[in-house]
Design a protein around this ligand. Sequence first.
Ligand code: NAP
Length: 303
Amino acid sequence: MHVAEVEEPHAGPGEIRITVRASGLSTGETLIRSGALRDVVPVTLPHRTGMEAAGVVDEVGDGVTGVGVGDEVFGMTDPSARGANADYAVLVAWAPRPAAWSWEEAGGAAGGVETATRVLDRLAVGAGHTVLVQGAAGGVGTIAVQLAVARGAAVIGTASEHNHDFLRSLGAVPTTYGPGLAGRVRGLAANGVDAVFDCAGGALPDLIEIVGDAARVVTIAADLTAAAHGVHLSHGAPADRTGTALGAGADPLAVHGLATAVTLADAGRLRVPVAAAFPLDEIAAAHELSETRHARGKIVLVH
Ligand SMILES: NC(=O)c1ccc[n+]([C@@H]2O[C@H](COP(=O)([O-])OP(=O)(O)OC[C@H]3O[C@@H](n4cnc5c(N)ncnc54)[C@H](OP(=O)(O)O)[C@@H]3O)[C@@H](O)[C@H]2O)c1
């Protein structure tokens, strides 16, 4: 993995191009890079990385309204095109950069916001519900906790003990993952758990036991046992592609979550905890940190 010169991309119809100030490391890309996902996410080499970025608009494609050259935005690339870890990125969904977010926070926001919104929508999480977020201290989990709290849910989040105060600061009741989880959660959720958002994988039988119904568990981790357990593994594709071979089994990208995130950020109710920020040319080191599976929050690249 290295930084290389390539032809610069341009905004097509319905797209914008930004000069990137910061972009996110998408955790799944470490699995793609290692080859672990070669049977489910085949790629053609050379492969460009990055699905989320923040920066300044410098091209506006045909048909785009409401945004202009010079605006500061954050957003997502087309998941099949990627290329956000670059000087210029073409975005298919975006929102204004909240004043409260640094470039680093904005650059790492869109993927977690979209993913968490997609899963919370599917689980119909709302006021009065109790939600368990497994892997709550990671890039997606930290956003999922805050979005669920903002919906009025009570949230139990799992993480290693040293991250428990951090989870409390996001609004979750913390507990550790691993053996005995069901008993610990029973002790914390007097009226039971309504939904489980699994950001970690590897513990689906325990998670199903906790909620009592596999249909109330959604995982985003590349846990290839999900189907055998009757659990939905959510991955996103643009709404017009979910029925095609490229988007087979995908849920439509929940890009409406970006606007909600701005409202919450402006109200001081959503932050993007940044685990570490690397210069773009140290992207290999950023992947190494991600592969530890213990980054607290989001790993970002600064440009
Ligand atoms: N399908 C999709 O649409 C989609 C979208 C985004 C991400 N993903 C996938 O979702 C997963 C989460 O992504 P992410 O960016 O949040 O990952 P991440 O930031 O790398 O997650 C790190 C967190 O995982 C926790 N963790 C490590 N092992 C765990 C375990 N056995 N059980 C519970 N938690 C554990 C760690 O907690 P402690 O350090 O406290 O132990 C750490 O806070 C990845 O597999 C990623 O590829 C899928």
